[in-house]
Design a protein around this ligand. Structure first.
Ligand code: C2E
Ligand code: MG
Ligand code: MG
Ligand code: MG
Length: 286
């Protein structure tokens, strides 16, 4: 009967929520251990110049080698860490590690390109973030020009003025800020105008059928043209096909990132690639 059915539905629902919650509790506990046991690693994915394919910079992307579950995607544990607050120590670790790994290359006399670090909005908006960045640079010896921070529009959620002031302060220190995942979320065009950012990164959601969807192509072209008029550098994310590269080159996109060029990989693996070698021949002034 209906009552019975209702109860079953309710039970099923409750069971599901319970399972998800239990998993989250377990993962939360594991995250805590992982931070202490260094189960994390940074991978780096090249960001290349659209026309030449030469490396322009690297984006640091966190990887979790879970002792039992294997590799866990940041798409899974970053949102969880944001809910539990663990993103604060985790984000601090990422920032420090990225600065360390690039500074070490510099100290060894190797050539380097700027590294981009993803910053959660919670981390960005927290008091003392600017000091945290300054400390990471001071303690690792990385020049500020070699650090970029990637933030999303959600940094504006509580207080646009604060976010603008912080980005301005970073900029005056020589640190560039990129607006990540543009095109998803709120994507108000006024953010491009109001935020003193250096770069805008177009999300793969717009790129993935740029060659087949006239509407997507129109949006991408519009954003590129507008961004250029505002002196912003445009990066397209998630390039997998040669046709996508060609299309974006035609549309004057500055930089590209995607599996077509390179997957994220450990620092030493990136540095060992011919692409990295070629770029460093050119930018030996860095
Ligand atoms: P994101 O910052 O937009 O990073 C780009 C994501 O796209 C990465 O996923 C990258 O591996 C993936 N990607 C790159 N090229 C391609 C491609 O050609 N095709 C496809 N399908 N995907 C491509 P990943 O490493 O799984 O990271 C996912 C998200 O997790 C990141 O998106 C970022 O929001 C977050 N994340 C990763 N590392 C960190 C971190 O250290 N701190 C914080 N706060 N968030 C991070
Ligand atoms: Mg990013
Ligand atoms: Mg992105
Ligand atoms: Mg993304």
């Amino acid at each position: 009967d209906a009552k019975q059915q209702g109860r079953n539905t309710w039970n099923w629902y409750q069971g599901d929520v319970q399972r998800v919650t239990e998993e989250a509790v377990l993962l939360r506990h594991d995250l805590h251990t992982a931070l202490h046991e260094e189960q994390f690693e940074l991978y780096y994915q090249p960001i290349v110049e659209a026309v030449s394919g030469h490396i322009h910079g690297l984006e640091a992307l966190i990887r979790w080698h879970h002792p039992e579950k294997g590799m866990i995607s940041p798409g899974v544990f970053i949102p969880l860490a944001e809910r539990t607050g663990q993103i604060i120590p985790l984000g601090r670790w990422v920032l420090r590690r990225a600065c360390q790994e690039i500074a070490a290359m510099l100290a060894a006399g190797e050539r380097v390109v700027p590294v981009a670090v993803n910053i959660s909005s919670l981390q960005f908006r927290r008091e003392g973030f600017l000091e945290e960045v300054q400390l990471a640079l001071a303690e690792t010896g990385l020049p500020p020009e070699l650090l970029e921070l990637e933030v999303t529009e959600s940094v504006l959620l509580e207080g646009a003025e604060q976010a603008i002031a912080l980005i301005t302060a970073l900029k005056s220190m020589g640190i560039k800020v990129a607006l990540d995942d543009f095109g998803t979320g709120f994507s108000s065009l006024s953010y491009l105008r109001d935020l003193p950012i250096h770069k805008v990164k177009l999300d793969r959601a717009f790129i993935k059928d740029i060659t087949t969807s006239r509407n997507n192509a129109a949006i991408v072209q519009g954003i590129i043209t507008m961004a250029h008029h505002m002196d912003l550098v445009v990066v397209a994310e998630g390039i997998e096909e040669r046709e996508e590269q060609q299309d974006l080159v035609r549309r004057n996109c500055d930089l590209l990132q995607g599996f077509l060029f390179a997957r994220p990989m450990p620092r030493d693996a990136v540095v060992g690639t011919p692409r990295y070698f070629a770029c460093c021949q050119r930018i030996s002034h860095l």
